[in-house]
Design a binder for this molecule. Sequence first.
Ligand SMILES: *Cc1c(COP(=O)(O)O)cnc(C)c1O
Length: 416
Amino acid sequence: MSVEKKFGDYGGQYVPEALMPAIEELTDAYERYVLNNEDGFMDEFRRRIRDFGGRPTPLERADQLSERYDREVYLKREDLLHGGAHKLNNALGQVLLAKYMGKERIIAETGAGQHGTATAMAAAHLDLPCEIYMGRRDINRQRPNVFRMRLNDAEVTPVDVGRGTLKEAISETMRDWARTVETTHYVIGSIVGPAPFPAMVRDFHSVIGEEIDRQFRERFDEPPGAVVACAGGGSNTMGTFDAFVDGDAELYAVEAGGSSLTVDDEAGVAPHSASLSTGEEGVLHGARTKLLQDDHGQILESHSVSSGLDYAGVGPELAHLVDEGRVVPTNVDDDAALEAFHRLSQEEGVIPALETAHAFGFLEAVAGPETTRDRELPETVVVNVSGRGDKDLEAVVEETDKRDLENAPSMEVFDG
Ligand SMILES: *Cc1c(COP(=O)(O)O)cnc(C)c1O
């Protein structure tokens, strides 16, 4: 097997000269340890993601949703992975790889803090010092995750550049890496960035789809008719899809439709994060991909009610699979995602991450009682529950308060 550096016209290695030695060293390590299992690397990864992470995660029939949508709906429970989201698959894989490469220090960026907490957990587990770059604004918005990272002995470094969010945190982490390549590994948080990151991050997550395939066949003797996952950078998406790309299952990537799909070019703002559906080709963070940008190639400020989907780019492999017609891009707006959040919580006893709720908003849009889209979903559908919603409770209370949602419970708190 050789290292995939491009996906059609997308991907590549658009990095400053100073980073090339690090990229080449990583490419070599990815090929030896991950693709060729040298020194039993993949055996150790599988053992640790089982014992430390809790794999395999269950594939569960959603009884109420199956009835509501009149088809077999199954949930892949990545919310039950240690840390409460799929993110540990990649973080543990990369920190372990850093160890095999003889690196002495881990750095990572984080937006909402989910990738930062997963990386901090993995670094503590494997006993490597860890520094997480996080925008100042995100630090103030996501305090519980800052505490979780510190509890796992990671240093959290505020980034004051620009808006102080994910995009700037990634740039800052790349600058650190360029200075410290000899001793340090940069654990990137999605299937984005220069090669070999997109393929490598996908490989660490592809266990999700492999398990679905096996678990589904045990019940039905055939693969699912459709597979649905939400897409920010697209790591849970490709992890879920990879096992099915060569088959016949319909693959739906659900992006954040935000408050509207119209862009305010003047202000440089896209009130959504639907780069697969509406983006144009450009280069960001070392890769050519679909991006939200203005006519001059300036990256637009994106938006979503879920911070994990709020990114102006998307993984180059997903962009390619969309162009090929293999993956169907679709999007769900903030309101529909919130309604889906409450629906899953009430009907199935599963409180999903707001990111995940978008995937369920898509089911409601195409198969719900008031469906307006004329797409016929297959008889069997698997939805990836990328994470649990505990981290989102405050945001959900606040956002639900602002709206008049039909299916939301009272969020009033009684004092004394
Ligand atoms: C980070 C995150 C996402 C979005 O990231 P992808 O790389 O697009 O998977 C989705 N769901 C949850 C729960 C997350 O934490």
